[in-house]
Design a protein around this ligand. Sequence first.
Ligand code: ZN
Length: 423
Amino acid sequence: MSGIHLHPHDILDEGTDSILNRLAKMGEIDRLFVEVNTIFERNPYPVGNLPHNPVHDVVMGTGTLHVKLDDHQQGALYQRVDPTILEGHDPLMLIKQKTDGTGIKVIPWVNILNGDFAGNLNDNMVVNFHGDPVEHWLCPNAPDVVELWKNTFSRLQQTYGYDTYLIDRIRFPDWAGKSVNPSGLFTCFCPHCQQKMRKQNIDIEKLIATLNQLVILLHQDQYETVVDYLLHDPLIKQWQQFRQQSITHFVSALLHDVNQSNGSLKLWLDLWPPAYSWILGQNYTELTKLSPALKHFPYHKLGGGADVQGLIEFFATAPEQKEIAFKAFLRLFKLPYDISYQQFKQQGFPIAFVKHQNDIVRQHSQPGTFIFSGIQMWNIDPQNLLDAVNAAKLSACDDLLYYCYGWATEELFAAVGQQSRNG
Ligand SMILES: [Zn+2]
């Protein structure tokens, strides 16, 4: 059996009966990962229309909260509530009413460090190496973030009764967003991070000087030199470890605090594929000490979910420079594929990426961790979808988690159903 992601607009626009009927065609879905709060993502991403939504062709995520919680805006920091909730719509409650007592399990899916937050932002936002805040990102070392989510999870559990949640966006920013912004990777230099770095004897002035040097090298097309720094420079390595510790400590503190009064809450992890996770602050070995289950998304057609093209085109202009930049990218992220940038743009990574990344997740995770392989279920043809399903089934993962219901065309639901029936 498998899981699938649902967005609030799926439930509000289509209704739960329509969703459950369409999912039944797949023949194998028994877990619904229902989004509690959106991110600033175009639905579907990055282009196209929602294929079976009767109300909207496209929905822009606005980083808002789509659950009805009492006294949500009490703390120092809070997330803006979506207008549809204020109008009385409650998608998670609608799904709950239809699925309670059935064989379908709902796991609410919560985006933690990225969204439309308000309150004491000045003291809680991620800051890049120029000293500029990174819009819509909260710092894992900031003072009010654990408290925000402790209160939110406690109210979620009281209101909806669920005890297991998938936590996503537990990382530092990547380079994608409204526009490509590589400086998102060179974070966080907020006062709280700086104080913690000093305690670990990280030479912050030298670190910032090194990062500035890397920017100059990138603009001189010295990509391989930058990769050498990112892989081997002792200060950069120390700083990467600091970022990973920051995320691990944040998840650990969150789990501790949410379970202070009632020790039954479980947080499953939504992580980047291991090729990239390390550079965003995610350490599989440490994080899986805290959680029994995780999902990651080895979408081979989409470069593993990373905006590879965005990054290459940001720095390189001439075709030959783009090829050199792409080779450096493959080396940085230990992707052993002998493909050109041109080939990547047309076909993505080879299908081997799916099993390769799932097997690395297994190696790096604590024994017994339940591993969901994310399956790209949009912007892909049925045969490519089935290739990814089969590659995942041959890998060291335990189950599949499709992304996502609202973006998938009818032929993709049918293809999974057909294969499921043929066993
Ligand atoms: Zn910080």
